[in-house]
Structures are given as structure tokens and as C-alpha cells.
Design a protein around this ligand. Structure first.
Ligand SMILES: C[S@@+](CC[C@H](N)C(=O)[O-])C[C@H]1O[C@@H](n2cnc3c(N)ncnc32)[C@H](O)[C@@H]1O
Length: 245
């Protein structure tokens, strides 16, 4: 699902994600950002230049949240294929008046993506299961881009929904986001393919932990994104990194 299809979802995106009143979504995204910020803090050292690159940045929520916790000594880029998402991010940025942030309309599977950035240490990331909407034929290029950008001194990060517990986790996540995905059909939760799909063409692949570790070529254990549901803790997603930090 490329730029144009996401244009239609842009106006509902914030209502369904960062402003969602549903506790499962709000607790999930705050836990997810906490984990990501802590991982960044582990490698960011004074005296060196860092760039955080959010691949498939939507309306910029990850960049703005990280900015609040890491500050403006880091540079931030949000790349998204949807012009509407980019425009919304830019509008939010001018209200917030945050510095050192750029939002670009760019395909994150472009093999020449490096030319957008300077020679600072890069932390490329892809959050909220965005990896699940990258088309299969472009997936390897996408991971190659991440690894190359991270180089020796940065690291690559993927945050994804928990494909090992798809049957439980998927309805918890998509039901509160119905106004964004627009339709949930009887066969939307495809347990065999571990994918959410609907008759309007929305498709999001989920992955098991082992699949993502393999794609990232990483032995590092992922960090669970835990949310309490009916007084029981569930790992609805994980944050993966491409190396031990
Ligand atoms: C599920 S949203 C996630 C947004 C954001 N990462 C977040 O966590 O809130 C997926 C985003 O990825 C973007 N996207 C999908 N394929 C892309 C591609 N090939 N290049 C750039 N952006 C892409 C979509 O336009 C959409 O904004």
C-alpha cells in the first residue's frame, strides 16, 4: 500500500493512534516510545553527531516523542511516501516549533536513500508495524537500507506487532483503529498468513520474533511491548535491534 492509499488515512491517523482513547493503544504507544528512547540513550554519546531516521513516519508522532526525550542535539528525519502524511507532520512541527526536524516525501525502499543525509551516525527505525506494509519484493532492499544507514556506529531498530500471538493481539489493536482501516471484515484476521487485511485493500503483514531477527540478521533478543489487558500482561509487540547495545 503506497503513498496515495495512505493519503486517505492521514486525517484519521492521529485520532486512531496517538490520540486514541482506548487504553490498549495509548498504553502500547507510550510503552513503545519509552523502549525506543531508552535504546537511543544507550548509544548517544556527547560530542558526536547523530541522526534519527524514521522510515514510514506517518504524521510524525515517533519523531516528536523522541525529540521530547532526546532533545535538539540530535537531528531527526521523517520519511513517508504519502504527501498528506508529510504535510500533516510539517503542520504539527510548525505549531510545536521544534528544531532539527525534516519531513520528506520519500520512498524508504529507494536504494539511493543515503544521499539524503550527512555523515553523522545514523539510527534508522521503522515503528508500529510499518514493516508490515512494505511490499514483499521491496523488503530486502528496505532491510539493506537500514543496515547500510546504521553502519558500524549506529543501529537499526524495528518495532512490530507480535506475530507469535496474532490471534489474540490483532483484534486488540485493529478494533480500536477501525476508523482508520475503515473496514474490518469477517476474514480480516488471517491467522494462517498472520496478516490483517480488508476488502478495501488494506494489508498489514505481521511477523514472528524469529522472522524479524532473521530479516535484521540479529541475535539480539527483542524487548516486549507489554500492555495490561483484564489485569493480565500481554506482549502485543516487540522492539528489535540489529545488534547488542
Ligand atoms: C502504520 S503507518 C505508521 C506511521 C508511523 N511509523 C507511526 O509509528 O506512527 C505506516 C506509514 O508508512 C508509510 N509507508 C508505507 N510504505 C512506504 C514506503 N515505501 N516509503 C515510505 N513510506 C511508506 C505510509 O504512508 C504510512 O504513513
Amino acid at each position: 500500500m503506497y503513498g496515495k492509499a495512505w493519503d486517505d488515512m492521514a486525517s484519521e491517523y492521529d485520532n486512531c493512534v496517538e490520540k486514541n482513547q482506548d487504553k490498549v493503544i495509548s498504553n502500547y504507544i507510550s510503552e513503545e516510545i519509552k523502549i525506543i528512547a531508552n535504546l537511543c540513550k544507550k548509544i548517544i554519546k556527547p560530542g558526536k553527531k547523530y541522526t534519527i531516521i524514521d522510515l514510514g513516519s506517518g504524521t510524525g508522532r515517533v519523531i516528536f516523542s523522541l525529540y521530547k526525550s532526546l532533545g535538539d542535539s540530535v537531528s531527526y528525519y521523517g520519511l513517508d511516501a504519502s504527501e498528506s502524511m508529510v504535510q500533516l507532520s510539517k503542520a504539527k512541527q510548525s505549531e510545536l516549533n521544534f528544531k532539527n526536524i525534516s519531513f520528506l516525501n520519500h520512498d524508504v525502499t529507494d536504494s539511493k536513500i543515503d544521499s539524503l543525509f550527512d555523515d553523522s551516525i545514523k539510527i534508522p527505525m521503522c515503528v508500529y508495524n510499518t514493516i508490515g506494509v512494505i511490499p514483499v519484493p521491496k523488503r530486502q532492499q528496505f532491510f539493506d537500507n537500514m543496515t547500510r544507514l546504521a553502519g558500524k556506529e549506529g543501529f537499526a531498530l524495528i518495532s512490530a506487532f507480535n506475530g507469535d500471538d496474532f490471534a489474540f493481539a490483532a483484534p486488540q489493536i485493529y478494533n480500536p483503529m477501525k476508523s482508520m482501516v475503515k473496514r474490518i471484515d469477517e476474514d480480516s484476521f488471517d491467522e494462517k498468513k498472520i496478516a490483517f487485511r480488508n476488502s478495501l485493500g488494506y494489508y498489514s503483514q505481521w511477523f514472528t520474533r524469529n522472522q524479524i531477527k532473521k530479516l535484521l540478521n540479529s541475535n539480539a533478543e527483542p524487548i516486549p511491548i507489554e500492555v495490561s489487558i483484564n489485569n493480565k500482561i500481554h506482549a502485543l509487540g516487540h522492539v528489535f535491534v540489529d545488534r547488542d547495545l
